[in-house]
Write a protein of this length. Structure first.
Length: 187
């Protein structure tokens, strides 16, 4: 679930309010420069999501990874469209045909949306087949069979800083190197 204001604003206010309680910065983080800044402000850790979806190891649809690479922050929207399984919770996602159709229809409320009871695909395991409903919060996993453009492609504004798929090892090395460079520049 995403905030409606930037991490920079939220983090400063949160750190002032919570004072001695450890705070983890999350949202829109894609590089070590940001990490160094948030740690300098007083965050005790950071949480990074979108950058790691665009990794070889991420258990995600290849289409999802490619959409992260080809999207910019302006392609993401904060919406409560995908709410089956988690009502009244806004998420930041990359725009899809599903989102654009809903927006064109005037953003109808739950219970009034087109195809609300439709199944958009399935997840098959050895023992079960799970039907996936339209407007699901279910993430785009590789086992999904169906209309991928109906799934929520969760992504933060950090997509601006993501242009290639790397291994988690390389992502971590790059982040650490950027943190070190940022700290050394301030000395």
């Amino acid at each position: 679930v995403k905030a409606e204001t930037s991490l920079s604003v939220n983090l400063k206010d949160t750190l002032l309010e919570l004072k001695s309680i450890p705070v983890i910065a999350a949202g829109g983080i894609s590089n070590g420069t940001q990490i160094a800044q948030y740690l300098e402000w007083g965050a005790k850790a950071v949480s990074i999501g979108t950058r790691f979806v665009a990794s070889y190891e991420a258990h995600a649809l290849q289409t999802y990874k490619e959409r992260i690479l080809s999207s910019g922050a302006s392609d993401t929207v904060l919406t409560n469209l995908y709410d089956v399984g988690w009502p009244d919770a806004k998420h930041r996602v990359i725009r899809t045909k599903c989102y654009d159709s809903w927006e064109s229809a005037g953003r109808p409320k739950p219970g009034e949306r087109d195809g609300e009871n439709d199944m958009i695909g399935v997840i098959r395991t050895e023992a079960n087949t799970l039907e996936i409903p339209r407007y699901t919060v279910y993430p785009p996993l590789p086992e999904f069979e169906g209309d991928e453009d109906e799934l929520p492609f969760y992504a933060g504004t950090s997509v601006d800083g993501i242009s290639r798929i790397f291994s988690v090892e390389n992502i971590m090395k790059n982040l650490v190197e950027e943190i070190k460079l940022t700290i050394n520049r301030k000395k």
